[in-house]
Design a binder for this molecule. Structure first.
Ligand SMILES: C[S@@+](CC[C@H](N)C(=O)[O-])C[C@H]1O[C@@H](n2cnc3c(N)ncnc32)[C@H](O)[C@@H]1O
Length: 317
């Protein structure tokens, strides 16, 4: 996969940073992780299956391959939890916790066309959206995702595609991407609230964007009249690493402070259990949205904070 990334990147301006990205990714893949033998064994089992072509029929990212459902399901389940998707391989439906297609449809009609663009998907998870970006015509769609399991999930899906598109996921953090203005379109979806320093994240996004490039920022917000932001004391909807929930006005100001232009709020969406649900692909811990909300008031989280709402902003460098 790294070889394919290198070939593809060399045909774009990413040529400038390609060797550095490959070296960092190799180091990340070589780090000790007790789960690697299990994940690698799963990939070997998946390699025994037929491959097929990749296409999107909502909600599923489909691979039209003739596969053995039982063998493939067993191998893919070695890579649980599947948070992002959903995927369908042959007639095996991999119903991830999230219906990613719902977010995609909220965003894609409103952004500059991705055709021939060099695209960065920060915090790409297993690459569900990264694949959609390349299917939409990107010259290259690069997902970066530090959590190693999600990189193996990306590999698993890629192994099943006969002519994989120009979509790649590398085990990198945004902080590791050289500060060069190389990307036409940058997506940061579901990442900002996980950052201890939101300002730094916005600066880093801007650093890698070309002048005139487009940022799609999707993140949790609050919608409580005059309240500017909430800093959860402990958990938020049972998540340990949520650092800040701004109002849309506060988020708008943060983007202005970082000198983004043409800032537009696209939409605000309350997360529902249609979009985030329990499925048998998320493993032993089967908790999902309904378990994170107050059982007597679905407008509050279990900790008594406002239930999750997400805003999408689009702006330019
Ligand atoms: C909530 S998930 C969102 C996944 C996907 N983008 C989506 O919208 O559904 C956030 C992901 O961002 C990753 N992440 C967190 N901090 C990051 C950073 N500094 N650079 C790159 N990825 C990061 C996490 O590992 C996690 O998989």
């Amino acid at each position: 996969m790294l070889r394919d990334f290198s070939k593809c990147a060399q045909l774009t301006q990413l040529d400038l940073i390609c060797t550095q990205l490959i070296n960092l990714s190799t180091q990340a893949f070589n780090k000790n992780n007790g789960n690697k033998p299990k994940w690698e064994q799963a990939i070997e089992q998946i390699k025994t299956q037929n491959t097929g072509s990749l296409y999107f029929v909502t909600p599923y990212l489909n691979i039209g391959a003739h596969i053995n459902n039982l063998t493939l399901e067993k191998a893919l389940k070695q890579l649980m939890p599947w948070r992002k998707g959903p995927y369908q391989i042959g007639d095996l439906q991999l119903d991830s916790e999230w219906r990613g297609d719902m977010k995609w449809h909220r965003i894609i009609p409103h952004i500059k066309p991705l055709k021939d663009k060099v695209v960065l998907d920060v915090g790409s998870g297993n690459g569900y959206f990264t694949y959609l970006m390349s299917i939409s015509g990107a010259k290259i769609a690069l997902g970066i995702e530090p959590f190693l399991l999600f990189n193996y999930q990306f590999k698993a899906i890629r192994t099943l595609i006969n002519h994989p598109p120009n979509a790649f996921v590398l085990p990198l953090r945004l902080e590791e991407i050289p500060k060069k203005p190389l990307f036409d379109t940058v997506f940061s979806m579901g990442v900002l609230y996980h950052q201890k320093d939101h300002k730094l994240h916005l600066k880093q996004l801007r650093n890698v964007m070309k002048p005139g490039g487009e940022l799609i920022l999707e993140t949790l917000i609050i919608d409580l009249g005059k309240v500017e932001k909430i800093i959860p004391k402990e958990r938020y909807a049972r998540m340990r690493n949520v650092y800040c929930l701004p109002s849309v006005n506060t988020l708008h100001t943060w983007l202005e402070d970082e000198k983004f232009k043409n800032i537009k709020l696209l939409n605000i969406t309350k997360t529902t259990s249609k979009e985030q649900r329990t499925t048998h692909w998320i493993g032993n811990n089967t908790q999902s949205l309904k378990d994170f909300l107050d059982p007597s008031n679905s407008n509050l989280t279990i900790e008594g904070l406002p239930a999750p709402k997400r805003a999408v902003f689009i702006c330019q460098k």
